[in-house]
Design a protein around this ligand. Structure first.
Ligand code: NAD
Length: 514
């Protein structure tokens, strides 16, 4: 098991309590303590490299959700947290950032075990992770209201931003800790308390992370974790009367259910959902870079990224050449254990996701798309049960096919030809989604024009997948509601209050509004 620089008492091993047979035992984290689910139920977490169970995770039910929300609600009203100045909250967040930095390698190992992502990419992600807590820690005491020069005499009117209360954060399995940080850091900086719900497939890193939260000195109950299946306990969390705000990242189906449930009690909701992002290569592009950009867009992390450039739009004049270059680039890729620094293609993270990929490949073939590479599982020496899937490419795809309209969330690329800029824009925007888009061109004018015309929350010109905590991220259309990242995100976790102070002792006619 990987070791960590954490003090031994806080981190005896990769997991809280080892069970017999080297299994890790993960419990809920409620009110500052690791506790089992009240009913004693657990679920299995499997390693996608071997498909073997490596951890037992508490399987919460609505009664556990209620315990966690109650704890967060008490903590919100406890002067230990509520009485902290914004500067003191910021200092706690920055301390948490320091602890993450010291433990980045350990956190990367846990995420690799749980979702099989490449350690090479995870190491970069985990070394970047402290920046979320530094950034929002720094912002905590810089949120300012305004003094409003109203047109009403005899009053002083000013605004103040206040925390909302209990925030529920629900995360998917593909990047557990970074996607959590996008929510947790601004929510805490704003003064809220939090109940985290990681994916049932990848709960371990979030629970281990709680040891760092404790070490940083957050009062108990400020951050809580419930683990389990969304369909079993999600509704209890989303509809709990003490939850004020829901921050969700995941698939469109769950997103729709959550939005509907939240609407019933007018809860504030942000949704970061899926996409069917176009990656567009023009004939004037630097094709060496563009081909690498196409590969980064869809085959990095085996396409299991929300921004996957799953539709590659190629100008017709360079279509065949780019296809040949792509095939050549992929001809000697290395599959292997995600912990091996030379591995380029790690396993698919979960068995259900593998089945979904296989289903969509069959759908594309039935629709008449031409399979020119992949479309099959790959057996990797030493890991006969590993969930490896060959990077898959379809040509002859029409944008109306399901393979061009529905999110696969896997290493499956649909190539669609286009004639000119107008055609590219029409095809690119012909989707219910609008999360991201890529444009490859040597023309600055065209890059700027395309960035204006594409309906997507993020447009990359001559790069793909760049993100930063300093920049807003989110989707148009059915890719979601709201933005994470950047300065404005902290305000999404606050209520704005307008205060009217009379400077005139005389109360005017009480029957007439001032
Ligand atoms: P998912 O929607 O199946 O699950 C996400 C989370 O929601 C899990 O924790 C799950 O337990 C929970 N959940 C499911 N049903 C729920 C319900 N009814 N109530 C409350 N919680 C519920 O998604 P997934 O398979 O874990 O992740 C893949 C999806 O996430 C893809 O669609 C991908 O595009 C999306 N994603 C989006 C972004 C983004 O920032 N836009 C980032 C990463 C992933």
């Amino acid at each position: 098991m990987p070791s960590s620089p954490l003090p031994a008492a806080a981190n005896p091993a990769i997991c809280s309590t080892p069970l017999a047979g080297n299994l890790c035992d993960y419990q809920l984290y409620i009110d500052g303590a690791f506790v089992p689910a009240q009913a004693g139920a657990t679920l299995d977490s499997t390693d996608p490299v071997t498909c073997a169970v490596w951890a037992k995770v508490a399987r919460a039910d609505p009664s556990d959700v209620d315990r966690a929300v109650q704890a967060a609600h008490r903590a919100f009203h406890n002067p230990e947290w509520r009485g902290l100045s914004a500067s003191a909250r910021g200092a706690l967040l920055r301390k948490l950032g320091d602890l993450i930095a010291q433990n980045a390698d350990w956190l990367a190992q846990i995420e690799m075990k749980d979702n099989g992502k490449l350690i090479a990419e995870l190491s970069v992600q985990m070394r970047y992770l402290p920046n979320y807590y530094y950034y929002y820690g720094g912002l905590a005491d810089k949120v300012q209201g305004a003094t409003i020069p109203t047109d009403k005499p005899g009053v002083l009117n000013y605004t103040r931003y206040e925390p909302m209360g209990v925030v529920a954060c629900i995360m998917p399995w593909n990047s557990p800790l970074p996607l959590m940080a996008f929510k947790l850091a601004p929510a805490l900086a704003a003064g809220n308390t939090v109940v985290l719900k990681p994916s049932e497939f990848t709960s371990a890193s979030t629970l281990e992370f709680m040891k760092l939260v404790e070490l940083a000195g957050f009062p108990k109950g400020v951050v809580n974790v419930v683990t389990g299946f969304g369909h079993e306990m999600g509704e209890a969390l989303v509809t709990h009367p003490m939850v004020e705000r829901i921050a969700f990242t995941g698939g469109p189906d769950a997103g729709r259910i959550i939005a509907e449930q939240a609407a019933r009690s007018m809860k504030r909701v942000s949704l970061e959902l899926g996409g069917k992002s176009p990656n567009i290569i023009f004939e004037d592009a630097d094709l060496d870079q563009a081909v690498k950009g196409a590969v980064a867009g869809i085959f990095a992390a085996s396409g299991q990224t929300c921004v996957a450039g799953s539709r590659l739009l190629l100008q017709r004049s360079i279509h065949d050449e780019v296809v040949q270059r792509l095939l050549a680039f992929l001809s000697d890729i290395r599959f292997g254990h995600p912990g091996d620094p030379d591995t380029q293609i790690a396993p698919i993270s979960t068995a259900p996701q593998m089945r979904k990929i296989e289903d969509y490949v069959a759908i594309a073939q039935a629709e008449g798309a031409q399979l020119i590479r992949g479309g099959r599982r790959v057996e990797v020496s030493g890991y006969p049960d590993g969930l490896f899937y060959d990077p898959t490419i379809f040509t002859g795809v029409s944008n109306r096919m399901r393979i061009a309209q529905e999110e696969v969330f896997g290493p499956v690329l649909s190539i669609i030809p286009f004639e000119d800029e107008d055609d590219a824009v029409a095809i690119a925007n012909d989707t219910i989604y609008g999360l991201a888009a890529g444009v490859w061109t040597r023309s600055l004018d065209r890059g700027v024009r395309m960035a204006e015309r594409l309906r997507a929350g993020t447009v990359w010109v001559n790069n793909y997948r760049s993100t930063s905590v300093t920049s807003p991220f989110g989707g148009f259309g059915q890719s979601g509601i709201g933005r994470e990242g950047g300065m404005t995100a902290i305000l999404d976790y606050m209520e704005l209050k307008s205060v009217w102070l009379s400077t005139n002792v005389e109360i005017p006619n009480p029957f007439i509004r001032r």
